[in-house]
Design a protein around this ligand. Sequence first.
Ligand code: TXA
Ligand code: MG
Length: 325
Amino acid sequence: MTELLSADPSGIARAAALLRSGALVAFGTETVYGLGADATDARAVAGVFAAKGRPHFNPLICHYADADAAFAHVTANDAAHALAARCWPGPLTLVLPRAPDCPVALLAGAGLETLAVRVPAHPVARALLSAVGLPVAAPSANRSGAVSPTTAQHVLDGLGGRIAAVLDCGPCPVGVESTVLDLTGTRPFLLRPGGTTVEAIEAIVGPVGRGIPHATAEAARSLRSPGLLVSHYAPRLPVRLGATTIAADEALLAFGPPLSGAGATFDLSPTGDLPEAAARLFEGLRWLDAEGARLGLKRIAAMPVPESGLGLAIVDRLQRAAAPR
Ligand code: TXA
Ligand code: MG
């Protein structure tokens, strides 16, 4: 049985005690729900990979209550300090070299010499991290390759019975995962677009490199971010991108005024607002998947979304959802 805990002081205390004892607890952040484990406990971290069915070469993000705690475990540089001052707490993950005495289990970082660290903004997540007093390794709380969860119910749908508890933090306000930025090279490099826009990052640290090719599972081990598999965030139905026409046997993921004639329609944002669309993206994919199955529809067709601001993260997730499985 998976306990469903409410986001009050006793629920947070229970979640913290479970994490400290080596158990797995899912909790909400501003981006998506994470499946947390004590990052210094290799057995607990191994449990995360097992519960998700996640390949062991895909490293986890370590979550901290504040920047001082995060920077105690990595070697931070000027860019890291500047970004932390402006973007933390918030949906930005920084990849930095592990500190020489870093206590985070090597398994959490998939054996890499770098560590991904993040200070989430969600007030319940921050209260939980303060109460735990340890780094919490937390990938998104879904079965590996499936759509990320943005409610406690989504977590239970995928991982119920496989983890100790879910701390119900309500729906996640940002709705797409954090931006992952590699700061180990000569200039910042975008590994995953996400909740902090590239525009905001470049205003602080200047030009950001990008354009890592989408990896295949075979090639992934040798890449800088092994987790960036092509097929990811995948609903059960196939996904068609850039839809400007729609058929009656298709489920429409609309952006702006919807095309008419679809078998089912979920509008990410009728007014074309990117933050609203990001917050509703994974909910929309789940809903269309369920409606499509119920009605016998053939695929999900997604209308075009502009690739600026949060649109870059939305398009990235849709491309992965549409990639060959
Ligand atoms: O918003 C988020 O980031 C959520 C919440 C729970 O914080 N977490 C999340 O974790 O999305 P996950 O495991 O689903 O995605 C982490 C990404 C993966 O693509 C992984 O490969 C990459 O970060 N990553 C982790 N550690 C890394 C490292 N040392 N070097 C490069 N990439 C790394
Ligand atoms: Mg994930």
